[in-house]
Design a protein around this ligand. Structure first.
Ligand SMILES: [Zn+2]
Length: 702
C-alpha cells in the first residue's frame, strides 16, 4: 500500500521557485489526440518537476471552447458549451471551479509566456474526460462522466463526477437521500466560498458508516473503505482495501456547534457516490456508481457481474422486444464504466451485453442471446449484482447400468448428498430448469426409483432423487465438460461387482500418488506453470511501516523464497519481477496470460490507518479464484496462527484481468507493531513462503 502525503503548500512554493528560475522543460516530441483525432500542438507540452502541462489554447478548437481573461479578477474562464462546462482558473493557483464546484489540482495552473497551462491528466479528469498516455502520446476523450481505476489499479478511484447541485438558499427545505434512506437537512447546511457544507454524520450513519473521532479529526468507514478526515485541512487519507491515497476535498471539514460539516459534493465523491439534484422534492440524490460489468464464466456457472461502488437493489428483468434477450433498469445508479463492454462475446447463450444511462438516476442493462434463453436469475452480492444464466436440464441418460449422464446446454454445478439412513441419493442442480421426466426407471438392480422435480424456482433448482435398494451402494459425482456423471456401485466389503467407469477415474490418481509417494507432495507441482507476483516495486514502495520497512522489499523476498521451493518440486515458476523494478499491473497480468499459467499468486503485506488492525486476508474475484484463495488462506492461518480476516471478494486489477485462477495474499500487517517485528525477520518470511508453498500444493492435490 502506498501512502503519499503531499505537503500542498510546500509544493506550491517549490513550483513558484522552479518557475522563477525558469527550469521548466519544453517537450516538443509529445503528440496529442482528442477523440482519436490528432491535434497539432502549436505550443509544446512542458514538464515542471514531474508534472506535465498542456497549453489550454491548443485544445479550444477541437473542443469548441472559448477562453476569456478577466483582468479584474486575475482569472480565466474556460467555457465548453458542448459539455455544459464553465471552468474558472487562476494562474499559480491549484483550485479551479468547475460549474461552481471547487476542485483541487495536484499542481498549480501556470501562466507561461502569456499562455495558460493546465496540469495533465488531472485537469481533464476533473472535467469528467478520460485521459491516457501512450509513448508520449496524450489521448483525451471527452465523456460526460468518468471514473477510472486508480494508479495502481487495485481499486476504483473516482477522480471526479461533476456535481449538478445548484446554489440553494439557506433556511429552505433540503433533503439528502440514498435509495429509501432520506434525511431532512434543512437548517443543517450552509455555504462558505460558494461550497455547500452539511452535517452528513446522521446520513452516513444511516448508510451503515461508522464514525470515530481522532485527535486531529475523525474516521468514517464502511466495509473496505475508510477515510481519515482532518479538521481544517482539505487533504484526507482514503484507504480502499489495501490501498492508501491522499485525496483533496474542495474545502476542509468544519466543526460548528458540536457538529461536523463536510463539503457535500467532494465528501460524497470521495466515498465513490455520484450526486443528482431533484428540484421537485428538493432532494440531493446520492447514487451508487456502476463502474464495471464483467461476464464471468467458470466450469460451473456463467454470471454477468454488475460491479458498483455501493449495494444495489434487485431490478426485474423484462424480455427485450426486438431480439432474444432481456433488459433491466437499475435505480439509484450512475453509469461510469471504466471499460466499454465487448462488442461480441464468445459464449453459447449470450451474444452481447450493454449498459446505458436512461435517466439521471437509472441505468439500463441489456443482455442479448443468440436465440431465446431462460430468464436469468439475479442476486445481490458484495460487489453489486450477479445475473446468473439459467440452464435447462434436457436429459438424464443411463449409458451403462448404474451410470447416469446429465445433459444440459451450459455450465452446471450439481451437488450430491447420500442419505444412507433413508437409502436415498439426492442430486441438486442450482440455476437449472428441469425438462426431465418426473419419474425414471433404471435397469440397475441397486436403484428402485428415480424422481425429478423443479425443487425451487427462486433461484431455480432441480432435484433428482435416487431411491436405493440398500445402504450398501456408493454414489459418486464426476464433473465433465459434456455434463456431469452420477455413478452407483455396490460397496459390500466381501463381494465386489464389476468396476464402473467412475471407479476407474477415481482410482487412477490414487495409484499414482501411492507410486510417487517418495517424491513427497512435489509430484503434483511438476510441470505446473505458476506466476508469482511480488507486489509493488521501484517507484511504488507499497506500504511503508517505517523508513526502511517498505512493502516492496518484503514481497520480493517472500516471492523469491517461494520460487525456490516451487522450482525444487518441478514447477515452472514465472516471476513478474525479480528486482526492485516498477512493473505496471497490465504488464504483470499480460505475462501470466501469455504464459497460459495454471495459477497466479500476488504477494502483498497489508497496512491500515490504525496500527491495532492485524491478521491474514486473501482476495479473489473470479469464481474460479475462490478455491485457490481458500486453500492459501487456510494454510496461512494454520501456520502463522494469525487472526482470520477471511477470504474476501474484490475487483482487484490482477484478479480481474488474469485468465487463470488467481489470489492476492495479505498475510500480515506492516502497520501492526507485533506483525511488523515478524515480517522484518528473514526466518519468518521463509515461514510465510513455506506456508504459501504448502497452500499451493494443497490446491493442486484437491
Ligand atoms: Zn500491496
Amino acid at each position: 500500500m502506498r501512502s503519499r502525503i503531499v505537503a500542498i503548500f510546500g509544493i506550491l512554493v517549490w513550483l513558484t521557485l522552479l518557475l522563477s528560475a525558469s527550469q521548466e522543460r519544453s517537450d516538443t516530441d509529445w503528440r496529442l489526440s482528442i477523440n482519436r483525432n490528432p491535434v497539432p500542438l502549436l505550443t509544446p507540452i512542458i514538464t515542471v518537476g514531474d508534472q506535465l502541462y498542456l497549453p489550454i489554447r491548443d485544445v479550444l478548437g477541437p473542443l469548441k471552447g472559448t477562453l476569456t481573461e478577466s483582468r479584474k479578477y486575475n482569472a480565466f474562464v474556460l467555457s465548453l458549451p458542448k459539455f455544459n462546462l464553465s471552468i474558472t482558473l487562476k494562474p499559480n493557483r491549484k483550485d479551479i471551479t468547475v460549474n461552481t464546484i471547487r476542485h483541487y489540482l495536484p499542481a498549480a495552473v501556470l501562466l507561461h509566456g502569456s499562455r495558460l497551462y493546465v496540469p495533465i491528466p488531472e485537469f481533464f479528469n476533473y472535467l469528467g474526460f478520460s485521459v491516457s498516455t501512450q509513448n508520449r502520446h496524450l489521448l483525451i476523450s471527452p465523456k460526460r462522466y468518468t471514473a477510472t481505476t486508480q494508479s495502481n489499479g487495485q481499486a476504483a478511484k473516482l477522480l471526479s463526477v461533476r456535481s449538478p447541485l445548484p446554489r440553494m438558499e439557506e433556511g429552505r427545505l433540503l433533503h439528502i437521500a440514498y435509495d429509501q434512506k432520506r434525511h431532512n437537512i434543512s437548517g443543517q447546511f450552509f455555504y462558505k466560498n460558494d461550497i455547500l457544507f452539511a452535517n452528513l454524520t446522521p446520513f452516513f450513519r444511516d448508510l451503515g458508516y461508522s464514525f470515530e473521532p481522532t485527535d486531529t479529526g475523525f474516521l468514517l468507514s464502511k466495509t473496505h473503505h475508510t477515510i481519515q478526515f482532518f479538521l481544517n485541512q482539505n487533504n484526507a487519507i482514503s484507504q480502499f482495501i489495501d490501498h492508501q491515497t491522499t485525496i483533496y476535498l474542495s474545502a476542509p471539514p468544519i466543526k460548528k456547534n458540536g457538529s461536523i460539516y463536510l463539503p457535500v459534493a467532494s465528501a460524497l465523491n470521495a466515498f465513490f457516490y455520484a450526486l443528482e439534484w431533484t428540484p421537485q422534492t428538493r432532494t440531493i440524490q446520492v447514487l451508487s456508481i456502476i463502474n464495471d460489468i464483467d461476464f464471468l464464466t467458470s466450469s460451473d456457472r456463467d454470471v454477468l457481474q454488475i460491479n458498483s461502488t455501493h449495494p444495489l437493489t434487485i431490478p426485474s428483468l423484462t424480455p427485450y422486444p426486438w431480439s432474444p434477450g432481456y433488459t433491466m433498469v437499475i435505480p439509484n445508479t450512475k453509469l461510469l464504466l471504466s471499460e466499454a463492454p465487448p462488442a461480441k462475446l464468445k459464449h453459447g447463450t449470450i451474444s452481447k451485453y450493454s449498459a446505458k444511462q436512461i435517466s439521471p438516476t437509472e441505468t439500463q442493462i441489456k443482455i442479448l442471446g443468440h436465440q431465446p434463453y431462460d430468464t436469468p436469475y439475479i442476486a445481490v452480492n458484495s460487489l453489486g449484482l450477479e445475473i446468473n444464466l439459467v440452464n435447462r436440464l434436457s436429459s438424464l441418460k443411463e449409458s451403462t447400468p448404474g451410470q447416469f449422464k446429465l445433459q444440459t446446454n451450459g455450465q452446471i454445478s450439481p451437488s450430491l448428498t447420500h442419505d444412507k439412513k433413508h437409502k436415498k441419493v439426492i442430486v441438486d442442480v442450482p440455476f437449472t430448469i428441469s425438462n426431465l421426466p418426473k419419474t425414471l426407471s433404471s435397469p440397475y438392480t441397486g436403484i428402485t426409483k428415480i424422481r425429478t422435480s423443479q425443487y425451487q424456482t427462486t433461484p431455480p433448482k432441480t432435484r433428482i432423487v435416487f431411491d436405493l435398494k440398500s445402504t450398501a451402494y456408493n454414489a459418486t459425482l464426476t464433473p465433465h465438460s459434456s455434463g456431469p456423471t452420477i455413478t452407483f456401485d455396490y460397496a459390500a466389503p466381501s463381494s465386489k461387482p464389476k468396476p464402473t467407469a467412475t471407479k476407474q477415474t477415481r482410482r487412477s490418481p490414487k495409484n499414482e500418488s501411492i507410486k510417487k509417494s517418495h517424491y513427497s507432495h512435489g509430484s503434483v507441482l511438476k510441470g505446473k506453470v505458476i506466476v508469482i507476483d511480488a507486489g509493488h516495486g521501484g517507484k511504488d514502495p507499497g506500504a511503508i511501516g517505517a523508513k526502511r520497512y517498505q512493502e516492496k522489499f518484503f514481497t520480493l523476498d517472500i516471492a523469491k523464497r517461494l520460487q525456490r521451493k516451487l522450482a525444487k518440486q518441478g514447477a515452472v515458476v514465472i516471476m513478474t519481477r525479480r528486482t526492485d523494478k516498477y512493473r505496471s499491473l497490465q504488464s504483470r497480468v499480460a505475462k501470466a496470460n501469455r504464459a497460459k499459467a495454471d495459477i497466479f499468486i500476488s504477494i502483498h503485506i497489508n497496512s491500515f490507518l490504525k496500527s491495532s488492525v492485524n491478521g491474514t486476508e486473501t482476495y479473489y474475484y473470479k469464481y474460479k479464484d475462490r478455491k485457490l484463495a481458500t486453500h492459501l488462506q487456510n494454510q496461512l492461518l494454520k501456520d502463522l496462527k494469525s487472526k482470520n480476516l477471511r477470504t474476501k471478494r474484490a475487483r482487484l486489477y490482477v484478479l480481474r484481468h488474469t485468465k487463470m485462477p488467481a489470489a492476492l495474499l495479505e498475510p500480515l500487517f506492516l502497520t501492526h507493531p507485533q506483525e511488523r517485528r515478524k515480517v522484518i525477520t528473514p526466518s519468518y518470511r521463509d515461514k510465510i513462503a513455506q506456508s504459501i508453498y504448502q497452500g499451493i500444493t494443497n490446491y493442486f492435490k484437491n
